[in-house]
Design a protein around this ligand. Sequence first.
Ligand code: AMP
Ligand code: MG
Length: 351
Amino acid sequence: MKIFLHSFLILTLSFSLLGLFTGCGSKFHHQKFYVFGTLVEVSLWGVSEQKASEAINVITQDFQTMHRHWHAWQPSPLTELNQAIAAGEAHTIQEPSLLLLLKKAKRFYNQSDGLFNPTIGQLIGLWGFHNEDLTSHRSLPSSEKIAELVTLSPGMDDIEIEDNRISSRNPAVQFDFGAFAKGYAVDLAVKKLRELGIQNAIVNAGGNLKAMGKKGDKPWLIGIRHPSGKGVLAAVALNEEESVITSGNYERFFEYEGVRYSHIIDPRKGKPVRGLTSVTVINRSGALADAASTALTVAGLQDWHRIARQMNIKYVMLVDEKGTIYMNPTMEMRVQLPAHEKSKVVISEPL
Ligand code: AMP
Ligand code: MG
């Protein structure tokens, strides 16, 4: 998990467990469940126990449904679409959320110059990432196969969307929405919580986090995990409705002959990205922040600024393999870094 609630929040949890809020009932509710191959945490503030438990049940079911609908390699409406495309056939989508994902994906693909490319499912599978368990991975794909898939060059430009009928000019297109599905999922979860009458919440799907409202009279304060896996890289207070999304090479990877291969693939080279260990984006839209965190990881130190501007992103923090932290000035104004990290910060031009 890349982002977790700051100790501040955990303290609040212990206070409520100690009954400090007796009289009006416990105000803080926190529940975890496992879906999307990741831990999802829902934190609610200022609702009754019963309302919290009903809302968390609804959210749990919603996540399970999204997982079933969007799964990239187990049989799902998405794999049905992929099979039709591979066979050169048009396909009518019955699942409305897939259509919304496709339309968003087209926009983010264009804005990122194709660095966010959710049609490279074949490459992701080739590198062995269509698997829950990466520990048993023991070989690398052949350079011929990689070159072949890069040359076929699948992209969102190959896709035609007419109402809910999808066709592709390129049978090498294979959708994998892993780069922004969780960000979109937390958008939908927060929207649903609002519809259920909840005003203050955080939904965190394995480091893809969205907050709404506040925790009492204070903003939600969250910690961004250090890419080394040790402690907190930075803390940030969140505005009324905001997402904080981190892409990290430590999230899903395998090691082969002492080299780490991360799950984020550069579509131009067909290979896992090197260079950045963590990229955090803050934006109101979780889907956009998630697509951007992946795209900026691919863009690397040379190009992240240009791509962030094209994607209309205002807050970015990147960490490279040496542990140097790069931020744009408005991001720097928002985050609190531990003293020992401050010496390693480079501030970019404004976005
Ligand atoms: P994230 O953790 O949000 O950066 O998403 C990483 C996931 O997105 C991977 O596990 C793949 O399923 C998928 N992915 C990898 N590289 C790309 C890419 N360049 N564009 C879109 N999706 C990608
Ligand atoms: Mg992402």
